[in-house]
Design a protein around this ligand. Sequence first.
Ligand code: FAD
Ligand code: NAP
Length: 541
Amino acid sequence: MATIGQIVFYRRCCRHLCQDPGSSSHNNNMAALSRSRHRWKRIKCLHVFSRNLTGKFDYDLLVVGGGSGGLACSKEAAQLGQKVAVLDYVEPSAKGTKWGLGGTCVNVGCIPKKLMHQAALLGSAVKDAQKYGWQISGTVCHDWPSMAEAIQNHVRSLNWGHRVQLQDKKVKYLNLKGSLVDEHTVRGVTKAGKETILTAKNIVIATGGRPKYPTNVPGAVEHGITSDDLFWLRKSPGKTLVVGASYVALECAGFLTGIGLDATVMVRSMALRGFDRQMAGLVTDYMESYGTRFAWNSVPKRVDRLSSGGLQVTWTLAQSGEELKDTYDSVLWAVGRAPETKALGLDRLGVELNEESGKIIVGADESTSVPNIFAFGDIGEGRPELTPTAIKAGKLLAHRLAGRSAELMNYDNVATTVFTPLEYACVGLSEEEAEKRHGKDGIEVYHAFYKPLEFTVAERDAGQCYIKVVCERGGDQKILGLHFTGPNAGEVTQGFAMGLQCGATYSHLLQTVGIHPTCAEEVVKVHITKRSGLDPTVTGC
Ligand code: FAD
Ligand code: NAP
């Protein structure tokens, strides 16, 4: 049997020979190749090598990673007539949680998260319902195992659906952990350690990322969980400390509060870094009034298991250095995500990585520094970590690799929603970023506080329901950014995102007639500028 090392060595020699004929390295390579040829005679599985050198591969396209992006790319490529295989393998979490085909979004991300968010929203709806005349006798309480089982069953049905779709679309699904041998070869390993070598004209890496644990907090891995575990817990996590203050942390703490648990968010610097500061403040203000606790400017120090079974967390206050402790049933680390590029063997091939993030450096066409190897989705440096971008980028890449189109992914003006108790959606620039690019006098900010109609009878506080439209100040007042907090924020914002793609201006917004009575109509009515200092509270109908 040829070892992987022998195959790589032999191929490298051949590649160099082809690239630099006549050079001194060419001569060295010739000598190396001749030595290698000698050794090669003893190699039995010559078919792997010869098939590749004659340009015939097992597949046109091998996709490593069957998540949002990898599945979309492989199915699209197969529909365009390419011979495709997708490798997907889930390494169990540090706590031993594992799941099926479909990647982060389906199993441990968007889908279970949104469903748990829905469970929490229903809790608020039950409270509202009484104001609307519903007679609810007895206490209404939430049962985690019922929710978890229903959501997990739905996720399993999605896993199954993905397998069926791959079969229908003639994509070969391989439950193998992939690593790259060279620019045409992938080594796949089963759970039991059985190895398969696969070759393809092009290789696409879409292996996403996994939650990180802090490296300097004793007890963090031993006693803590991550979002990879939370959605698969059979028992309620109970009183939970959520460490981190971005999307994952706030969304998880939000739905935990909403289903009646005691949840605390530990923030070391700021909430929702990178988002519009004013909007981030509204999101956390609402959460505080909703019952989520916040430990601001706090840095976790250690986690210890008490004899009572609880977890004692020690943290320090960033400014004073004062040390504080509290006891929780669960500690959820939501301190960011990291790709597992090491396991892919990319260093051997010279695929360039960002040293800090470990992500793959990619061009506008998702190419890496090595020909025939492409990467996109969460593993791509600088790409938004969002499912729809991974799906769209994957489909476009499939078209380009099949020679059907040259269209590149447009990563501008991608809308997003943070599914916190009061949802926040946005598209385009934050006020700070717009100011940085256009100057304070170069932008006009239109804004309004509004009251969702459904909040009125329910007597809910609407103090954080707010709209902000950031425009260029001159010319047609092109819209640079649009921000919305309120019910169904994602549903409201999706259509406006198309407007931004089309280059919408403030006058386009004003020309648009609202749909009454909705929250979305408030967006097309914004007319008070921040500069004017007028009260932006919307009153009346
Ligand atoms: P992934 O979906 O992560 O898929 C990668 C796949 O590759 C995985 O199945 C992995 O197991 C597999 N793999 C890894 N290494 C190997 C290997 N060596 N061999 C074979 N297989 C391998 N985005 C949104 O747009 N909206 C949301 O509401 C949203 N909510 C989220 C909530 C949470 C809690 C999290 C964590 C993320 C959320 N995201 C959301 C982000 C979204 O899930 C990701 O951006 C998206 O899944 C990225 O897709 P991907 O294809 O790049 O990678
Ligand atoms: P993230 O955006 O990278 O945020 C990490 C958070 O953890 C930050 O608040 C950071 O604080 C904090 N942190 C990091 N190290 C820490 C430490 N050692 N101690 C305490 N706090 C620490 O990560 P994420 O929330 O996991 O989200 C990852 C990506 O998933 C997002 O970029 C998003 O694209 C995607 N996602 C999307 C959705 C959605 O679309 N609704 C939902 C979830 C996730 P600092 O600011 O101080 O660094």
